[in-house]
Design a protein around this ligand. Structure first.
Ligand SMILES: C[S@@+](CC[C@H](N)C(=O)[O-])C[C@H]1O[C@@H](n2cnc3c(N)ncnc32)[C@H](O)[C@@H]1O
Length: 360
């Protein structure tokens, strides 16, 4: 049994032919009424997944300190557009703002903009960020001009990807078409894809992904930073340097699912190609650093220690578990990476310098 959205997509394919995985993903996540991110609050224990800011307040606090330090380095512009892409429940931004209350002039200079398509999540963000008068936008391009401080945690992984498969003849694109019984199914294009020009040479059987939406957004952010000044920090799971492999995954209720299963009720995400984002940005970038190294360099061990001093033994164990989850190599520490995008050839910002990662 598919969903109403699954039937709509099948109808569209019956009328106009197979669609790319990227088009399928855009519909499944972003359909105005039935898309996954439009319908419900997907984060947290009741949802399909949890994210770093939902694991511990330390994550948002340290990112807040990073943003405030960059604002000081920029010469304290006022106003400065503080932008978050896909703020989820608003937890990261609330923690970042609480942690930076004491930075003289910072909050007075901030003009908060949230890029969010989900109506239920906008409601959660309004509650979490009451007092900061955010302005919401459907797209980054709608954020008004001016110096920029931007963060995006687990946002780029939700942007559509195309998938390719290398056959003996060359690269073909994987598409979503219809089986004889009218259900959705995956199939390769009969002919070779023009995207072969930007795909690496690889043996038959290889897989590759390209996110045109991710590259276009990185280019738009880079152009803004070049024009108006500022910094962006992109945190996500992904890879650097290799462009081969298929990473698109489907999750429903904290479990793996089929990519075509129950469109609109299933989360779809793909690993982020950081090298492609950095190249598309067209301005200086730093990293990607692993999330573990980045947070250690920002002093997460000291912050955990300070929190534990005021905590019960049980709360202390929760803090230790959260710390391990965020930075341990076998948890989020290595898979997640952090890329800083800036407007000047300055020294590396905090978190990216070559301090040995055990320096804290
Ligand atoms: C995986 S959640 C991450 C939430 C939050 N950053 C966190 O770390 O908890 C992705 C977020 O991006 C939003 N989102 C997804 N696709 C979007 C799009 N194309 N435009 C704007 N927001 C989008 C979702 O509604 C959600 O807030």
């Amino acid at each position: 049994m598919t969903t109403e959205l699954g039937r709509l997509i099948a109808h569209r394919i019956a009328l106009t032919g197979p669609i790319s995985i990227a088009d399928f993903m855009a519909e499944a996540l972003g359909h105005p009424r039935l898309g996954y991110y439009r319908r419900a609050v997907p984060l947290g224990a009741q949802g399909d997944f949890t994210t770093a800011p939902e694991i511990s307040q330390m994550f948002g606090e340290l990112l807040g300190a990073w943003l405030a330090e960059r604002w000081l380095a920029m010469g304290r512009p006022a106003p400065v557009r503080l932008v978050e892409l896909g703020p989820g429940r608003g937890t990261l931004m609330a923690d970042a703002l609480r942690a930076t209350r004491g930075v003289p002039g910072f909050h007075a200079a901030l003009d908060l903009h949230l890029v969010e398509t989900s109506v239920p999540l906008r409601t959660a963000q309004r509650a979490a960020l009451a007092g900061f008068a955010p302005t919401w936008h459907e797209r980054f391009d709608d954020v008004p001009a001016g110096p920029l401080l931007l963060i995006a945690n687990e946002f780029f992984d939700a942007l559509p990807v195309r998938q390719f498969h290398r056959t003996a003849q060359g690269w073909r694109e994987r598409m979503v078409g219809l089986a004889p019984d009218g259900t959705l199914r995956l199939a390769l294009t009969p002919g070779l894809t023009p995207f072969a020009a930007v795909l690496p040479d690889a043996p038959a059987g290889a897989e590759a992904e390209i996110s045109e939406a991710g590259r276009a957004l990185a280019a738009a952010i880079g152009a803004r930073l070049h024009r108006d000044g500022g910094w962006a920090l992109i945190v996500d799971y992904g890879y650097d340097g290799s462009t081969l492999g298929s990473s698109l995954q489907a999750v429903r209720g904290h479990r793996g699912a089929g990519i075509l299963d129950r469109p609109g009720e299933t989360d779809l995400s793909a690993h982020v190609d950081f090298a492609a984002l950095a190249a598309a940005a067209g301005v200086p970038t730093f990293g990607p650093a692993t999330q573990g190294d980045f947070l250690r360099r920002l002093g997460i061990a000291r912050r955990a220690h300070a929190l534990k001093r005021q905590a019960s033994p049980e709360q202390g164990r929760v803090i230790d578990a959260a710390l391990a989850r965020l930075i341990a190599p076998d948890q989020m520490g290595t898979l997640f990476r952090v890329l800083a995008v800036g407007d000047t050839r300055s020294a590396a910002p905090a978190g990216f310098s070559d301090i040995p990662s055990d320096a804290t």
